[in-house]
Design a protein around this ligand. Structure first.
Ligand code: PMP
Length: 429
């Protein structure tokens, strides 16, 4: 595999873009080496500037659940563009997508479109604060909710791998209203709630966290959070930017049968265009301007091209339940295949998988929270990443991410992934 054009572009990019990339994890710092520059993508494949192809296991960090460059989405975007790219005024299409989201996601009675997951979570916290008249909120260690100041406190994803979870530029004043709790520990929440009685506006979490690598909620955990929040008048927010429309058409809340008060969405909701959304109970969402006093706005929010892509994607997912059964099958085939290869080679590494999300951790201990995720041998992960890349399989360039599978993965490609896995494990150990 020849990689010269990516190297040249990266060296050039560093002159004009901080670190040469527009989002930190893309720089491959956590895995060593240099990033691959992508020219195009189609179905299950990425193609780089040197003409190499890679089987995709990140899918633009989640959105491409049907694979890349799906003809249905492409045609919807081209057709929408014929009528102009932005109006900054209401459109019929954004009403249609809002109605569809309300029908798909159990907790959402009203919804506001934004341009990213970061905007969705920042806005949801503001609304929860406005609604309750309280300042503090609880977040889980290792969960990532975008780069809003108040979330960059023990954050997951790039914030772990770049080694600065508490970023310079976030003030002490901001940080003091973010209360931290370990995931999967209801006792810790009870203790925090008792110590801050009547002062907590919201509890936000990834119901199935992907940003410290994939972890699963212990039985009863999500319902336990629901009960505490109901009892204490705390707004329960599920950040389903990753899990929304992925673990089920109604997200993790549908899968686990626990309905939060608010939900944040992103990724799949835009079909690959820059879209996020937040929604929830009518009573809470009525606080959002101009219906209510909590200000939140956006020049490009509800952009007609983005809405065309998102609407096409959601309509398809809403009417094709077989997508979810197939994704579950693919996820289980990959996880079971890797587990049996690992076992055969004498390394029972932990694999967490749910539907089309999974993470392989380089530890044999079970991974249920941030502390246990950090036990993974990240240097070994870096070697594994490079070994897989060399064999044409593109993984997330960090241990602390989930992988996202798409329906474009055929049985033949799954076979290739497993073969690459076996060769890679043999090479690095
Ligand atoms: N919440 C979660 C759970 C996420 O995984 C992410 C991004 N990976 C975000 C929020 C932020 O979304 P964005 O990158 O679109 O701002």
């Amino acid at each position: 595999m020849q990689i010269t054009e990516s190297k040249r572009l990266f060296a050039h990019a560093k002159n004009f873009i901080p670190g040469g990339v527009n989002s930190p994890v893309r720089a491959f710092r956590a895995v060593g080496g240099e990033p691959i520059f992508i020219k195009r993508a189609d179905g299950a494949f990425l193609y780089d500037e040197d003409g190499n192809s890679y089987i995709e296991l990140i899918n633009s960090w989640g959105p491409m659940i049907l694979g890349h460059n799906h003809p249905m989405i492409r045609e919807a975007v081209i057709k929408a563009m014929e009528n102009g790219t932005s109006f900054g005024a209401p459109t019929a299409r954004e009403v249609e997508i809002a109605e569809l989201i309300v029908s798909m996601v159990p907790s959402v009675e009203k919804v506001r479109m934004v341009n990213s997951g970061t905007e969705a979570t920042m806005s949801a916290i503001r609304v929860a604060r406005g609604y309750t008249g309280r300042d503090k909120f609880i977040k889980m260690e290792g969960h990532y909710h975008g780069h809003g100041d108040s979330f960059l406190i023990s954050a997951g994803s790039g914030a772990i791998t770049m080694g600065n979870p508490d970023s310079p530029g976030v003030t002490v004043g901001t940080a003091k209203d973010t209360l931290l709790a370990p995931y999967n520990d209801l006792e810790a929440i009870e203790t925090l709630v008792a110590a801050n009685k009547g002062e907590i506006a919201a509890l936000i979490l990834e119901p199935v966290p992907g940003n410290m690598g994939l972890c699963l909620p212990k039985p009863g955990y999500l319902q336990g959070l629901r009960d505490i929040c109901t009892r204490e008048g705390i707004v329960l927010i599920f950040d389903e930017v990753m899990t929304g429309f992925r673990l089920a058409k109604g997200g993790a809340q549908e899968l686990f049968g626990v309905t939060p008060d608010m939900t944040t969405l992103g990724k799949i909701i835009g079909g690959g265009m820059p879209v996020g959304a937040y929604g929830g109970k009518k009573e809470i969402m009525e606080f959002v301007s101009p219906a209510g006093p909590v200000y939140q706005a956006g020049t490009l929010s509800g952009n007609p091209i983005a809405m065309a892509a998102g609407l096409t994607m959601l309509n398809y997912l809403n009417t094709h339940p077989e997508v979810y059964s197939r994704l579950k099958e693919i996820g289980m085939q990959i996880a079971a295949g890797m587990a049996s290869i690992n076992h055969k080679l004498g390394h029972d590494f932990t694999i967490n998988q749910l539907g089309s999300m999974y993470s392989l951790f380089f530890t044999e201990e079970s991974v249920t929270d941030f502390e246990s995720a950090k036990k993974s041998d990240t240097a070994l992960f870096g070697k594994y990443f490079q070994a897989m890349l060399k064999r044409g399989v593109y993984l997330a360039p960090s241990q602390f991410e989930s992988l996202f599978l798409s329906t474009a993965l055929t049985d033949e490609l799954i076979g290739k992934i497993l073969q690459a896995h076996e060769e890679s494990i043999k090479e690095i150990l």
